[in-house]
Design a protein around this ligand. Sequence first.
Ligand code: NAD
Length: 267
Amino acid sequence: MGLFDGKKGLIFGVANKNSIAWGIAQALHAEGATLGFSYAGEILKKRVEPLAASVGSDFVEECDVTNDDAIAATFAKIADHFGEIDFLVHSIAFAPGEELGGRFHKTSRNGFRIALDISCYSLITLAGHARELMPNGGSIVTMTYYGAEKVTPNYNVMGVAKAALEASVRYLAWDLGKDSIRVNAISAGPIKTLAASGVSGFRKSLNYVGQVAPMGNVDQEDVGQAALFLLSDHATRITGEVLYVDGGYNIMGAPDPTMMDGGEKSE
Ligand code: NAD
């Protein structure tokens, strides 16, 4: 018996096998969920289709979340294929490369618009469409990062987008609570993925967090297990929350003193 036997849902944001969304998909598949996938552009098709097939999914649709017509068309196909759904995973973010490094005051109006549109507004509109297919309630999970709350150099406008995303999670949780739909975010520690590699100095940050966090770096599987919980009936009435899956990094006020001299973490 799997925790998700008989449950159906959509995963937005698989680009390749390193995607966090793929870690979540594997966890859901292991518990018996029926999955559909949506990816960003034609170029990703050849990566996403075989991954979807490997978890028994025959629903793989392209959808650029900046395009309202494409979103409506994708959800029409989802409705045809699945009827109702139980969950939605939103694992999407983007900012132009030049915005993910250097001086924050140089953030461009267009870079700001794109980052907020793709990384935040998309959750609001996808949640609205998903609601139509969740007449008996459901669960929605999105992905955020600590840079929403505290300055993470070079994360820049994406930190602002994640702050807006976390606020949107709370407003959606309030609004969709009326429909018995829960909305939560997972704040993951840094993981080497396509999106993360776009942030200037990412490799150094990853190493630093791995040393400072009480339990070191996290991976896609760790996030997958947390998503499983939030999407499942075990999380009944948990909504509007941001759950850290970061090895404990967010609780630290300073690194272990032995690290400050360039030494290793103490035993
Ligand atoms: P990823 O590159 O594998 O995933 C990002 C996804 O966003 C890709 O599938 C990409 O195609 C999709 N996307 C971008 N623009 C889109 C558009 N216009 N329409 C539809 N989809 C679009 O990287 P990831 O690290 O797995 O990122 C997934 C989520 O996790 C993001 O929200 C990211 O901010 C968040 N996150 C990542 C980390 C990390 O360190 N990797 C940490 C915390 C949170």
